[in-house]
Design a binder for this molecule. Structure first.
Ligand SMILES: [Zn+2]
Length: 130
């Protein structure tokens, strides 16, 4: 027997979300002379002194604002399905802090959209004249 032709069919599969814990290691250096110990710098975090990564924040924001999934339900899902114990209050605080971080981007986006709008308007005006 020889292969006559190839028939391809497609199926959609999904890779389910999964949590991972990222350990950020810092070292403390001391000197025997009694000098104050020195701690190595921490890599920059999107929200310092929290346990959330930019990716986790983005997921929460998309689920809340795009998928209309309230924070209390997200907190419940994270806890029940993944064993991740953040309260809806914590998620809410993260969203507030993240929105403050994003303010300069929002402002710049507004400016760019306004520039585009005005430029298109000017072009349309020039077209009318010619
Ligand atoms: Zn020393």
């Amino acid at each position: 027997m020889h292969r006559v032709k190839e028939i391809i069919s497609e199926q959609y599969d999904i890779v389910p979300a999964k949590f991972q814990v990222i350990e950020n290691v810092r070292f403390v250096y001391g000197c025997r002379c009694g000098e104050k110990p020195v701690t190595t710098a921490l890599a920059p975090f999107i929200l310092p002194k929290t346990q959330v990564t930019a990716s986790f924040l983005a997921t929460i924001a998309v689920q809340k604002f795009e998928d209309a999934l309230p924070l209390y339900r997200q907190a419940k899902i994270f806890k029940n399905r993944f064993g991740v114990p953040f309260s809806d209050t914590t998620l809410s605080n993260w969203m507030i802090k993240a929105s403050e971080k994003l303010k300069p981007f929002k402002q710049r986006l507004k400016e760019r959209l306004l520039e585009q709008y005005l430029s298109q308007k000017a072009k349309a005006k020039n077209k009318d004249r010619s």
